[in-house]
Design a protein. Structure first.
Length: 547
């Protein structure tokens, strides 16, 4: 796991190989980002930044995002130069290139491990090609690892990095908490007792805790507002039959809710396996966000069916592998109590959050479990000074082999995902937007349904789209709006033609039109785009005009 720098000739050869790894990553990531068709979650952040009149308005528009504002603030700055979302993609891939540079040049791993990590699924595909706020946290955490020096800890610099990372996304906030605990415990153990509180330590804690607070306020402000509206309990007499019946129902519901939470936590533990081994369960185009072991993302929504649904064989295997991996690396960190506590806390926070509050989490979310492993293996190499701190030599070799296997699987998954994204459209949004431009349709009103998927057209075309679900023109989506039937969309078409005083409209649907055209209107198909990696961003275009 540790690289040797004993021979000058080896260093020279290694430096050339390091440059080759970075150059290869730059080349393939640029190819990947330039041909990648962005989906709705990527363009959502860009449109919020693009259509906000000020930073305050940006914060207001983020009310339902569930993310802190750092990424959106960066995009707001980029939008002062151009409204072309390509700039966001180029900026995003630049962050990934710097991340890989830090891994290759500054990490303590072997050359093989640095190579495999650079082309792993998360660093090469999920956090490079898909432009979201997740790779910003990874970059900051790896920068933290590179700058950490237990002999000369630069507390203020490290705290600034952790405060910024906490404002990248919620999972980065959880990892930031774990790393802060690590620094605190490592300082205590390295000093063989509590050190005297110095001004820089107090300032550092103030900085990082302020970062957490700002992040939490952004993430939870909608929930905080909802909590303020909870009505007080009624004054029904305690002990009355009504209250007793309500208490019995509440007890049963509380029991069932506890069972559901327990099962959700078990599913969340499985995410460790999915994060370490992100192998898709299909060779079809729609491979994304599937895993060879698990099927729980397609579980029934009904709570009673959820409880009655047994674990599949693959899920039981994933649960076993997850517990095995957590135990294996916990034993590896056992003699370094600060690392063991922080590694355990980081994993625990992510697992509990996924199991308790974020049951719809996918690869981009629980990829931070894999990143957590890399972070603490990195810090282990940098902070272990005494031979007594290391596990036995045989156990080191065993863990080194396990890490090689994990990174090899990651690299296979990363290259597979990048290849699929090169061969097939990730989303049809860019191709649909180009079709609209080529046929000069962007100057007439575009009616798009479903709401969230159709918003991608506004992202690429930089024009508002009429959303039948909201019965209004808009760009980015805010609060969740229920889907409507095609018949309801048809009912709105005559009014839209009258309102725009246009002889023709463009209708964009995510499903083939089945409902009959309204009286007096002709609806003709223009083109369909129906083979994508994101399977619910297939589009069907129609021309709507008066007879």
């Amino acid at each position: 796991m540790t690289r040797s720098l004993s021979k000058r000739k080896y260093i020279t050869i290694e430096s050339w190989l390091e440059t080759g790894i970075i150059a290869g990553f730059v080349l393939f990531s640029l190819i990947g980002i330039l041909q990648h068709e962005m989906w709705r979650d990527e363009l959502q952040a860009w449109m919020i930044a693009r259509d906000s009149s000020s930073i305050l308005n940006l914060i207001q528009n983020m009310a339902y995002e569930g993310h802190p504002a750092l990424w959106h603030l960066i995009l707001y700055g980029l939008n002062q130069f151009t409204h072309d979302p390509l700039l966001m993609q180029l900026f995003h891939v630049t962050i990934s290139i710097w991340t890989v540079y830090i891994v290759v040049k500054l990490s303590p791993f072997s050359l093989l491990h640095r190579f495999l990590l650079s082309f792993s699924y998360f660093l090469f595909f999920e956090y490079t090609v898909i432009s979201r706020n997740y790779n910003l946290g990874v970059f900051l955490f790896f920068l933290f690892c590179a700058l950490f020096d237990r002999k000369n800890p630069r507390y203020i610099i490290l705290s600034i990095i952790l405060a910024l990372a906490a404002n990248a996304n919620f999972y980065a906030l959880l990892v930031s908490v774990g790393l802060t605990v690590f620094v605190a415990l490592d300082t205590v153990f390295f000093s063989r007792g509590f050190p005297r509180l110095k001004p820089n330590i107090a300032i550092a804690f103030l900085i990082v805790s302020s970062g957490w607070l700002i992040s939490l306020v952004q993430i939870l402000r909608v929930r905080i507002s909802d909590l303020l509206l909870i009505p007080f309990l009624s004054n029904t007499a305690i002990g009355s039959p009504t209250v007793v019946a309500m208490q019995a129902d509440a007890s049963m519901e509380s029991y069932l809710s506890l069972l559901r939470k327990a099962k959700s936590v078990l599913y969340a533990i499985m995410c460790v396996c999915e994060s370490y081994f992100p192998l898709p369960n299909t060779l079809r185009v729609d491979f994304w966000e599937t895993n060879i072991f698990t099927t729980h993302q397609s579980l029934p929504i009904d709570p009673d069916l959820y409880l009655a649904t047994p674990f599949s064989i693959g899920e039981l295997i994933a649960l076993f592998i997850s517990i095995l991996m957590l135990g294996l690396f916990s034993i590896f960190f056992f003699k370094r109590k600060s690392l063991l506590c922080a590694y355990s806390l980081g994993n625990l926070l992510i697992i509990l959050f996924i199991g308790g509050m974020h049951s719809t989490a996918t690869y981009r979310h629980y990829g931070y479990l894999f990143i957590t492993l890399i972070i603490y293996l990195w810090l282990f190499q940098k902070s272990s000074l005494a031979k007594d701190d290391y596990p036995s030599q045989h156990y080191q070799k065993f863990v080194n082999g396990v890490l090689t296997f994990i990174l090899s699987v990651q690299a296979i998954a990363g290259i597979h995902a990048m290849s699929m994204d090169y061969l097939y459209p990730f989303s049809n949004s860019r191709e649909v937007a180009q079709f609209i431009r080529d046929n000069n349709l962007q100057n007439q009103e575009i009616i798009g349904s479903r709401y969230r998927q159709a918003s991608t057209l506004s992202g690429y075309l930089n024009v508002p789209v009429y959303y039948p679900e909201k019965q209004t023109l808009g760009t980015f989506w805010s609060e969740r709006v229920p889907d409507i039937e095609q018949a309801e969309i048809m009912e709105q078409l005559p009014a839209r033609l009258a309102a725009t005083q246009s002889p023709q409209l463009t209708l964009v649907l995510t499903e083939e039109l089945q409902a009959p055209a309204p009286a007096g209107l002709t609806i003709e198909p223009l083109k369909q785009f129906n083979e994508t990696i994101v399977d619910n961003e297939q589009f069907y275009l129609y021309s709507v005009e008066k007879k």
